[in-house]
Design a protein around this ligand. Sequence first.
Ligand code: AHM
Ligand code: MG
Length: 337
Amino acid sequence: MHRVSLSRFLIEQQRQGTNLPPELRLLIEVVARACKAISYTINKGELGGVLGSLGQQNVQGEVQKKLDVIANDILLDANEWGGNLAALASEEMEAIHPIPHRYPKGEYLLVYDPIDGSSNIDVNLSVGTIFSVLKAPEEASGRAVTEADFLQAGRHQVAAGYAIYGPQTTLVLTFGKGVFGFTLDREVGSWVLTQPKITIPAGHHEFAVNMSNQRHWAPGVQHYVADCLAGKDGPRRQDFNMRWTGSMVADVQRILTRGGIFLYPWDAREPDRAGKLRLMYEANPLGMIIEQAGGAAIDDTGRILDIEPSSLHQRVAVILGCAAEVAKAAEYFTRGR
Ligand code: AHM
Ligand code: MG
């Protein structure tokens, strides 16, 4: 089999004149290398003493798992010295992390969720790392980077990706010219291109939603899901299957592989119409990947990538997947409001 490594793939993309400057290419390689280290760490499980909680909370008020902190540090250590970044931000850090003065400062901003689906770590189910790359505003080059520099709508992302640590470890990447999938060859320690062009298959009737929140949803979401559950006897005239992994990366990976829709809607316990998921390091990067694969990503009113962020850890409702099914769900939301 002709094998193309991540490094070779990125260099060839650059030669073909794709929108991939050398600094961005190097940055993606560094993030991918860090994901490899996270994968090996997760794999050790109990033997590496990495399971369980730390007995402290992060900025979101969520209990931090040991691996949340370990993965956060792996990404920080890997990225801060390379010279391609102006600053980093993460789900696990309240404030942004400007590049220390001892290292050269680059032009990019990296935002990440080190371990998405943390509640799955200890039960040996898939978790992932999600990342988003933005350009620092030009006028920030002569001064310290601020949180406001990060607050750019998702359509300005120059790259996004995720690694999923499941039965296989895979890396899914976009820099705005399609979506590419790589599989980690553990014996060689190399990411190998295994999916050169990922597009969401149409026509698969499968939805992902946490049904235990049903009573808190807005009427439009209630109606949409009720009609999916009604199956062939309902107005949709077809049966739907349901899956919920508890790891958004795993649900997105399934949608990229066999289609369907994912919903984490706003619910009545959130007064400001926010959902659970975070805009900057969950909804935006996964939204960009889904759109690049031919799908759609909305909150309950419009395109996620057009939301102007108001804070680093902002939460949003997320509905994404096959474009036709997302459009169908949006009709229910408009009617039900
Ligand atoms: P996390 O980044 O703290 O793990 O939270 C995000 C995760 C998503 O991966 C997943 O879709 C959702 O939270 C699961 O939520 P729930 O606990 O409602 O099943
Ligand atoms: Mg997390």
